[in-house]
Write a protein that binds this ligand. Structure first.
Ligand SMILES: Cc1ncc(COP(=O)(O)O)c(C=O)c1O
Length: 322
């Protein structure tokens, strides 16, 4: 295997903790939580692991600017802006939505990190504006590096292949891993790591906004191409990617009673904060599956906490969550 460019700024390994009071409340299996909300870099989250590889690639290519895109309260963009500041890149973010009169949460932090923000009202125009932003930076001689949506390129996915290796080195037993999946990089990395490093449990992504079919196709393709970076192509079949899209019907970022209950249960039973958009929805799915008896009582379920808590303080969510 050739050496894969990687920076080391994540706080690793992230701890794995028991959630006995939540388990008891749900009358369910043993539940663990892997604290990737503690990865460091601007309040942490799953993007830190991806950015270790993405920023290294940007440096290798001699880039001077990081450009990315996402929703107005994107966690990925907040962490990209922080990484840009830390490693001396300029940063431009193309965000879908309206700039709030009083910026809060992630969009406030983006500004604090000095990112240039371009808003786009309609998501269908986002790719075009992103391309224009990229072309303009190129014309200005800034050598931009495009950080893909959610950091989910094959380079970014490597972060979670190695996260699986880290988990295995922690010698903790779990039959299931459950987490929120959206642009698929975390999911692809975990299934790649599962095969590459030999995890015998199951890896179940709860969809935040995509269909099961899209996730299965996209995640298997991403994992297959990312495997080449580990030295040997592994072919993944869409059918072997476990994804559940039962909990995303309300739409991206729309809070329902299920997310509210999950955020509240984690807070009141374990003193643990979830975010309203991703981990709140993923936990709501896990809770429903526990109640339906999907997991066996004697199994252990590991909830992979992917961060995102700054969004709790966005006006849109803070007024709706309690
Ligand atoms: C907090 C949080 N969890 C999970 C995800 C989903 O990860 P992925 O885009 O790798 O599917 C995101 C994506 O932005 C996120 O911000």
């Amino acid at each position: 295997m050739s050496v894969i460019p990687r920076l080391h700024f994540a706080h690793l390994p992230t701890p794995i903790e028991e959630m006995p009071r939540l388990s008891k409340e749900l009358g369910g299996p043993r539940i663990l939580v892997k604290r990737d909300d503690q990865t460091g870099l601007a309040f942490g989250g799953n993007k830190t692991r991806k950015l270790e590889f993405l920023v290294a690639e940007a440096q290798e290519q001699g880039a001077q600017m990081l450009i990315s895109a996402g929703a107005i309260q994107s966690n990925h963009c907040r962490q990209t802006a922080a990484a840009a500041a830390r490693f001396g890149f300029e940063c431009a973010l193309v965000l879908t939505g309206e700039m709030p009169a009083r910026p809060s949460a992630n969009i406030l932090l983006d500004q604090l990190f000095g990112a240039k923000i371009v808003t786009v009202a309609d998501r269908k125009d986002r790719d075009r504006i992103l391309q224009e932003t990229f072309d303009q930076a190129t014309a200005e001689g800034k050598k931009p590096y495009l950080v893909p949506y959610g950091g989910s390129s094959l380079t970014g996915a490597l972060g979670y292949a190695f996260a699986m290796e880290e988990f295995l080195q922690q010698n903790v037993h779990a039959e299931w891993m459950v987490f929120g999946t959206s642009s698929g990089g975390t999911h692809a990395g975990l299934v790649l790591g599962q095969r590459a490093f030999g995890y015998r449990g199951r890896v179940l992504g709860i969809s935040i906004d995509e269909s099961k079919q899209w996730l299965q196709e996209h995640v298997s393709a991403l994992a297959s191409s990312a495997s080449e970076k580990l030295g040997k192509r592994i072919e993944f079949d869409p059918a072997e990617v476990l994804a559940n899209d039962d909990y995303c019907r309300a739409g991206y970022g729309v809070l329902t009673g299920a997310e509210r209950e999950a955020v509240s249960l984690f807070a009141r039973k374990e003193g643990l904060l979830l975010d309203p958009v991703y981990t709140g929805r993923a936990a709501a799915g896990m809770i429903d599956l526990i109640r339906k008896g999907f997991f066996k009582k004697d199994e252990t379920v590991l909830f992979w906490h992917t961060g995102g808590q700054p969004a709790l303080f966005a006006e849109k969510y803070s007024t709706a969550i309690v």
